[in-house]
Design a protein around this ligand. Structure first.
Ligand code: PSU
Ligand code: MN
Length: 302
C-alpha cells in the first residue's frame, strides 16, 4: 500500500524529523458537513493541531493516489465537489482504480494512516451498530477496522443515532479498548454523557500514550478508541437530541434510505431539525478531539 501514498511536503518533513503527526479523515468534509463550514472547519482543525505542536495529515483519494496531507486547493476541491465517493475499506481500491475522487471514512483513514506510519487520528464520531441492525445488518466497517489496525482514534463517542449499547458490545467482542477521557460514562457525540458506563477512563494524554505503547506490544493489529466528551458549553443534552434523532431515523426509513447513505442523510436532517445547532456542536467536538489527539501524539513522540 505504501507505493500508493503521496505525502504533502509538511507531512513528509515531519515524518523524517520524527515530529508528531495527527491523521484526519475527509468524509466529514464531503458527507458530514455543508459547504462552506466543512472547508472552514477542516482548515480550523488543521490550525488547532499545529497550535498544539503537531502536524495535521488530512487523508483523501485524489487522482488515483492516497494523499497524506492536503493543501488548501485540495480541501476546497473536496469541499465543493459533488459525487465524491465515500470510501470505507471496501471502496478504497475502487476509487484508486477508477481515479474518482474519494473521501475516507474512519475505517479507510485508519488503513491509510497506518500505512503512512501515523499512530494517532482525530475524527468527530465513529460509525457503529445502527438501530435496527438486527434486521438491517447495518454495522459500520469502522468497528472491524478498529479491531485490526493499530491506530488510536480520538472521537466524541458514537453518534446517538446508533445503538450505543450494541456498538460497545461489538467493540468488546472484537477486542478494542474503549477509553473515555476524563469522564466515567461513554460520551454520545452531541451530548457529553450517554448514561452508559465507560469500560475505562483515563485523564491525561501521557496515560493515553502509555496505553497506545502497551497495545503496540501485542503486535501489528488492533486500535484504541478514545471517547472525548464535547465541551460543556457546546453540548446538546441527550434528552433533547433523542427527539431529533428519532424523527430523522423515521424519515430515513420512510424514504427507504439504506447503506452508506444513512449516516449522511440523518446528519443533514438533524442539522435542519436543530436549526443548525448540531453543526455548531459538531465543529466544537471535532476541534476538541483534534487538540487531544495532538497532545497524545506529542506525548507519544516524547
Ligand atoms: N460522524 C460524523 N460525521 C461523519 C461521519 C461520522 O459526525 O461524516 C462519517 C465518518 O467518516 C465515519 C462514517 O467513518 O461516517 C461512518 O459511515 P458508515 O456508518 O456508513 O460506516
Ligand atoms: Mn452502514
Amino acid at each position: 500500500m505504501s507505493g500508493l501514498l503521496q505525502f504533502s511536503q509538511e507531512v513528509a518533513e515531519a515524518r523524517s524529523a520524527g515530529r508528531p503527526v495527527v491523521a484526519l479523515e475527509s468524509t466529514i468534509i464531503t458527507h458530514g458537513m455543508p459547504w462552506p463550514q466543512n472547508v472552514e472547519t477542516a482548515r480550523q482543525v488543521e490550525a488547532d493541531i499545529r497550535a498544539a505542536g503537531a502536524v495535521p495529515a488530512t487523508i483523501a483519494v485524489l487522482d488515483g493516489r492516497i494523499r497524506i496531507g492536503l493543501d488548501d486547493a485540495d480541501l476546497e476541491r473536496l469541499g465543493q465537489a459533488t459525487g465524491v465517493m465515500k470510501c470505507s475499506r471496501a471502496d478504497l481500491a475502487i476509487a484508486i482504480a477508477t481515479g474518482r475522487p474519494g473521501s475516507t471514512t474512519v475505517a479507510a483513514t485508519m488503513m491509510a494512516a497506518h500505512a503512512a506510519g501515523i499512530a494517532v487520528f482525530a475524527t468527530g464520531g465513529i460509525g457503529g451498530v445502527h438501530k435496527g441492525a438486527e434486521t438491517s445488518f447495518d454495522i459500520s466497517a469502522d468497528l472491524d477496522e478498529l479491531s485490526r489496525t493499530p491506530v488510536c482514534v480520538v472521537c466524541a463517542g458514537a453518534k446517538a443515532l446508533l445503538d450505543i449499547p450494541k456498538t460497545l458490545e461489538v467493540l468488546e467482542t472484537r477486542g478494542v479498548p474503549v477509553v473515555s477521557y476524563g469522564v466515567d460514562e461513554v460520551p454520545a457525540f452531541w451530548s457529553r454523557l450517554s448514561g452508559l458506563a465507560s469500560p475505562y477512563r483515563l485523564d491525561t494524554p501521557a496515560e493515553l500514550a502509555r496505553l497506545i505503547r502497551a497495545r503496540q506490544l501485542f503486535g501489528d493489529h488492533g486500535g484504541v478508541l478514545v471517547a472525548n466528551p464535547v465541551p460543556a458549553e457546546s453540548e446538546i443534552p441527550q434528552a433533547e437530541m433523542a427527539g431529533y434523532i428519532d424523527t430523522a431515523i423515521a424519515e430515513a426509513e420512510r424514504r427507504g434510505i439504506r447503506g452508506k447513505a444513512v449516516t449522511p442523510f440523518v446528519l443533514a436532517l438533524i442539522y435542519e431539525l436543530t436549526g443548525g445547532r448540531s453543526l455548531v456542536t459538531n465543529i466544537a467536538l471535532v476541534r476538541n478531539n483534534a487538540r487531544l489527539a495532538a497532545a497524545i501524539a506529542v506525548a507519544l513522540a516524547a
